[in-house]
Design a binder for this molecule. Structure first.
Ligand code: SF4
Length: 675
């Protein structure tokens, strides 16, 4: 219930939680005056996020009340891409969509419908609830939601069955902290103070990142590998541990199998060879291997940056295998942290739908362009987009754009604001934001589960996902309408044991293991036999070069530069991209620029055979030579020509999990106007 902080009428502070696609799931305090948000700040319920939040959500009210907010349903009146709509009522819009769905399922079959959603909110109500019920009962095409965390998920599942990881708080105990492919200053910010406290206690910090981030600059050792070469680095450390007698044989004998196969695959990677392939200094790599061998507790924060390439799954598997080979478990502050999303033991299947998932066509979301343009029997006739802005977030952007322009495609976009994808919609539906609806926020950094409460009335005619999908189901005789509080209670009732009860009573559930499990003391691998599998056969079969097999760099003479697109401090993936005011800047090393006659702030074209991005350049030694960087999640308005880095990203897939290879984009850069 709203808590009154002042006597004045209409002023209250409401505690809620952030369900955006960020590891931390902060508790929030939202101050409302006369029904309008005036401040968003940190709340106290979540002990890990304490009482501060990021700058992105501090200004979330600018999204809620901004000029780009979608307020009413609309049906397209101009050409595709004009972005002009006639305002209609919800009834008219839902009738239109239901009629279209009904026609398609009768004439072409429901597989001609492609629901398309991803992480615009990570809340448990926002996707995989009433939407999943509708799609399953219809028998639409299914979506493999693999744009992020697919390779890390496959590796973590294969080796450890997704064992919960080291808590942020326990980093203070570590003597060695390794940040591998992750930048907590931009995403998962609440880890940073614990790292700082650990360093005050004498911990050594190693950062492995192609960019010199602020934490990399503070680190005792920074390895800046060429993108896509984390695998050789990790394998070289394994070889070092095995060859120098640092492998913990006793631990491996008791808790792991697949040791010999890992050792054999690592044997090809000497420090010298890995250093040569990755472009790091061999003495730095050797120093890292020695630091890792000797320090305890040692913890690796494995991020998502190293998965976004052709070797990403094997790289993550090799990194996650290090604490096993090095014997770093069973001590507070030792082991690894990856995603903690499964730590509560909550499985979406418990409430998704009693209807089993139909064996319909599975479409990898990274292949959206192909799906819209090439897939047949049936071709995609309806694309229903929600919680997602695919034109900004999917690979091979120009192909996605071409698909969205199809005049025979009916595109529904159910969104909070007028995104790039919305411009190509036939029907737009306004969605509530997390300050206007109920949800359940489950974090994947800390271990927490919290209720998200509406703090204001929906803006305009925006409506929550669960109501709209159940209403559509009712229109199609596939279910009954459910109010969001009914859905909330239904899901809470299907959560494990006391979790749901506690969640409803106090707004948060007590995390298992007090939220701070010690690996191999409190938690163990969730594999079938409870052991670590360092060489899962299923992963070895899946990877094109076998598990831990290295695939060479895709650079060519024409496109020699590696383009990376890391998370930024301005957006959560692409969410809030509408608020970016200035053109995004391509970061480039001064030596690479000088070779091309490019000076700081020059307008440049970044291009390859897939597309071209035009934007200003910023010269900096924060990126290594041979690598350029443009922020992730940009909207089309953030560049001169409306293309973003995704226009240069191939739709090839990671070795494990079918993930996106954002960091396999190879490009050339030239002064704009020079060819
Ligand atoms: S985006 Fe992350 S850091 Fe920001 S408020 Fe949400 S959970 Fe907290």
């Amino acid at each position: 219930m709203p808590r009154r902080d002042k006597e004045s009428w209409g002023h209250s502070t409401v505690e809620t939680a952030c369900p955006l696609d960020c590891p931390d799931s902060c508790t929030l305090e939202v101050t409302v005056e006369k029904g309008r948000i005036v401040e968003i700040d940190g709340g106290h319920q979540n002990p890990t996020t304490r009482d501060y939040i990021c700058g992105k959500v501090r200004r979330f009210a600018d999204r809620v009340y901004g000029d780009d907010r979608l307020l009413y349903p609309g049906i397209r009146k101009g050409n595709k891409g004009d972005g002009t709509f006639n305002r209609v009522s919800w009834n008219e819009a839902l009738d239109y969509i239901a009629d279209k769905i009904d026609t398609i399922r009768r004439t072409s079959g429901a597989e001609a419908i492609l629901p398309f959603c991803y992480g615009g909110s990570n809340g448990l109500l926002t996707q995989d609830t009433n939407d999943a019920a509708l799609w399953r009962r219809l028998g639409t095409s299914r979506l493999a939601r693999t744009v992020c965390a697919a390779a890390t998920g496959a590796a973590n599942l294969g080796l450890y069955g997704k064992m919960p990881g080291v808590a942020y708080e326990d980093y203070v105990q570590a003597r060695l902290i390794v940040l591998w492919g992750v930048n907590p200053s931009a995403s998962g910010i609440h880890l940073v103070p614990f790292i700082k406290d650990a360093r005050k206690n004498g911990a050594t910090l190693v950062v492995i990142d192609p960019r010199s981030t602020s934490l990399a600059r503070q680190a005792d050792l920074h390895l800046a590998p060429h993108p896509g070469t984390d695998l050789p680095i990790a394998l070289a450390v394994h070889k070092h541990l095995f060859d120098r007698g640092h492998a913990n044989v006793e631990f491996l004998d008791a808790h792991a199998h697949g040791v010999d196969a890992l050792r054999e695959r690592a044997s090809a990677w000497s420090i010298a060879r890995a250093a040569q392939v990755s472009g790091v200094d061999p003495s730095d790599l050797e120093r890292f291997a020695e630091l890792y061998a000797s320090a305890s507790p040692a913890v690796i924060r494995c991020g998502w940056g190293l998965e976004r390439n052709r070797n990403g799954g094997s790289a993550v598997a090799a990194v996650l295998a290090l604490p096993a080979v090095g014997g770093k478990f069973a001590v507070q502050g030792g082991g690894f942290s990856m995603s903690n999303s499964t730590a509560f033991g909550i499985k979406a299947a418990a409430w998704m739908d009693d209807t089993p998932e139909p064996p319909t066509r599975l479409i990898n979301m990274n292949k959206l362009g192909d799906a819209l343009l090439d897939y047949r029997d049936p071709s995609v006739e309806m694309l229903f987009v929600y919680n997602c802005n695919p034109l900004a977030t999917m690979p091979h952007q120009n192909r996605v754009l071409e698909g969205l322009k199809r005049t025979d495609l009916c595109t529904v976009v159910y969104e909070q604001v007028f995104t790039d994808t919305t411009r190509y919609a036939d029907v737009v539906l306004p969605a509530t934001t997390f300050v206007e609806h109920y949800d359940i926020a489950k974090s994947y950094g800390p271990i927490s589960l919290q209720v998200v409460r509406p703090v204001i009335e929906p803006v305009g005619e925006a409506r929550p996902n669960v109501e709209v999908f159940s209403e559509l189901a009712e229109r199609l005789d596939l279910g009954e309408f459910e109010e969001e509080t009914e859905t909330l209670m239904r899901i809470a009732g299907r959560l494990p044991q006391q979790v749901g009860v506690e969640l409803m009573e106090r707004g948060a559930a007590t995390p298992p293991y007090g939220g701070r499990p010690v690996q191999f003391v409190d938690v163990f691998p969730l594999t079938a036999d409870g052991k670590i599998d360092l060489f899962p056969a299923v992963l070895d079969r899946q990877a094109p070069a076998g598990l831990y097999g290295f695939q060479p760099d895709p650079a060519t003479d024409r496109y020699p530069l590696a383009l990376i697109s890391p998370a930024s401090e301005k957006t959560v993936s692409s969410t809030m991209g509408e608020l970016r005011e200035r053109a995004a800047v391509l970061q480039m090393h001064p030596s690479d620029a000088a070779e091309r006659g490019i000076a700081n702030s020059d307008p440049v074209r970044v291009f390859n055979d897939l597309g071209e991005v035009q934007c200003p350049v910023g010269l900096t030694t924060d990126v290594r030579r041979g690598t350029v960087s443009l922020a992730k999640g940009l909207w089309r308005k953030s560049t001169y020509n409306g293309s973003t880095s995704n226009a240069l990203v191939p739709d090839t897939l990671t070795d494990l999990g079918g993930g996106a290879c954002f960091n396999d984009a190879r490009v050339q850069v030239a002064l704009l106007g020079r060819h």
